[in-house]
Design a protein around this ligand. Structure first.
Ligand code: CP3
Length: 351
């Protein structure tokens, strides 16, 4: 069975000998070969150069041939940038947007959502290059792997735009939501329209599935989650081709699981706080789960990673519709030998 077939079968909740495996942020700073390329150009230069983005996307597959999927090397914040709000990285870590989006006039002054097609054409080009590699490469580490596209949720993108970057308290975006719903909705409408155009482009370019990162859904009051986040995700899913698989990365939103399961997405990517087997049982049979090892484990030892990976696999024995992953992105401090332990354990396990 090819990796791509295994990945699509898990998304379709079909029985499998072992779950497919990929790792959020599998290309990145924990890899020496990534750091070597990064020494020569900035992150955004790499993202915007299709040949480089393709190479970085393939780096983790070359090093860990057991991985079943490639995820495009890019960033969620290219959408605000395409709409006219560029960003940079703070020296101290985290994101700094070029300005803080505060008024209705600023929302109205953003580029039209269709601008995404031209401004993010490099994403379509990188995906098309990747699709070709993944389909035709003679290297078994690369051929027949699934290809994932992605983007941020409208809510998560809006937090960066309104806060002016990474935030500790999310006061500004919450104040906008509570005090000026018309401006909030205008911004989220614009983001939703842009993401629909963006994801349609990714699907045309060959993505097998798309992951929507709602990384900050969990800072909302439970009663507001629908209006501030899930409502817009539903609109995106409804606008994409019927049946195309969408994975929703849901962090810190365990109480919203039932509504998420009926939002039209095919899979929910769960953080490490879930007991995966129990969550699996509580979800409809046609919704797949992805996750959910604690990323901190990747900074321990291969023995500990093998033990905890086996524990998670055993807890899911007999369960359908599981894509193995971490509960959030792998960190720069993760150890290569821990990744090997993860990949070896998952790929040699038998259901
Ligand atoms: O998973 C993958 O391998 C695909 C690539 C990917 C990146 N960012 C590459 C990246 C993906 C899927 C993302 C998504 C992303 N970007 C999210 C949602 C996922 C999540 O973690 O919840 C968010 C919130 C962002 C915004 C962003 N970009 C942050 C917060 C940072 C880190 C800033 C810092 O220095 O603390 C980035 C930078 C980034 N995105 C890097 C990578 C590999 C590191 C860039 C570097 O080399 O310095």
């Amino acid at each position: 069975m090819t990796s791509r077939a295994r990945f699509l079968a898990a998304l379709a909740c079909q029985p499998l000998e072992r779950p497919p495996l990929w790792v959020m942020r599998q290309a990145g700073r924990y890899l020496p070969e990534y750091r070597a390329l990064k020494a020569k150009s900035s992150f955004l230069e790499m993202v915007k150069t299709p040949a480089v983005a393709t190479e970085v996307t393939l780096q983790p597959l070359r090093r860990f041939p057991g991985l079943d999927a490639a995820i495009l090397f890019s960033d969620i914040l290219v959408i605000p940038e395409a709409l006219g709000q560029p960003y940079a990285f703070r020296d101290t870590g985290g994101i700094a947007m070029s300005y803080r989006l505060e008024t209705r006039a600023q929302v109205d002054a953003l580029n039209p959502s269709e601008a995404v097609t031209e401004k993010l054409a490099y994403v379509g080009e990188a995906l098309a290059l990747l699709k070709k590699e993944l389909t035709t490469s003679a290297d078994p580490a690369i051929s027949h792997k699934a290809l994932l596209g992605f983007g941020g949720s409208p809510w998560t993108l809006a937090t960066y735009m309104v806060e002016g970057g990474s935030s500790d308290d999310f006061e500004r975006i919450k104040l906008l939501f509570y005090t000026d719903r018309a401006t909030f909705d205008a911004l989220l409408e614009k983001l939703t329209a842009a993401l629909i155009v963006y994801f349609q482009m990714q699907i045309r370019a060959g993505a097998d599935a798309i992951q929507i990162f709602d990384s900050w859904g969990g800072i909302l009051s439970g009663q507001d989650y629908q209006a501030a986040s899930l409502r817009w995700i539903r609109q995106i899913v409804a606008a994409l081709p019927a049946g195309f698989p969408i994975i929703l990365y849901a962090k810190g939103t365990a109480t919203q699981l039932t509504d998420q399961a009926f939002s039209g997405v095919r899979a929910i990517s769960l953080d490490w706080t879930h007991e995966l087997a129990i969550t699996r049982r509580n979800l409809p049979d046609n919704i797949a789960v992805q996750g959910n090892l604690d990323p901190v484990l990747m900074q321990t030892t291969p023995e500990i990673v093998a033990r905890e990976t086996t524990r998670l696999l055993e807890s899911m024995r007999g369960a359908h519709g599981h894509i193995f992953n971490l509960g959030h992105g792998i960190t720069p401090a993760a150890k290569i030998e821990c990744m090997h332990a993860l990949v070896d354990t998952v790929t040699t396990w038998k259901n």
